[in-house]
Design a protein. Structure first.
Length: 116
């Protein structure tokens, strides 16, 4: 029997845990050397982008996403929307780059984050 793949809709329906500042600080440190895996194009947050992000989070748990430049408020809204639709936590945003985290219980514990 094949395990069920998670879909973006299923990921968004799952509760997103709130991270403490200590946990966010730890994840920011782990994300520092990472390169962006996802780049948001001029089309914005599409269903294909959300699916690709869900796949990347399933494989890595912690990823960086690069957004297009331009209006800061529009970019921040786009990054929050991406977190909501992918069922992930927006850990940090600096400039055009955002860091997202979503735990995958099926992976061996690659990312150990401190308790709250």
């Amino acid at each position: 029997m094949r395990p069920m793949k998670s879909t973006p809709a299923a990921a968004a329906a799952a509760p997103v845990p709130e991270l403490t500042e200590r946990q966010k600080r730890h994840l920011r440190g782990l994300a520092h050397p990472l390169k962006p895996l996802i780049r948001i194009g001029n089309g914005g947050v599409s269903e294909a982008l959300v699916r690709e992000m869900a796949r990347a989070l399933e494989d890595h748990e912690l990823i960086k996403v690069k957004a297009p430049g331009g209006d800061r408020e529009a970019r921040d809204a786009m990054l929050r929307e991406l977190a909501r639709r992918s069922g992930s936590t927006l850990v940090h945003r600096i400039g055009n780059v955002a860091v997202y985290y979503r735990e995958n219980p099926r992976l061996p514990k690659k990312l150990l984050i401190p308790d709250a």
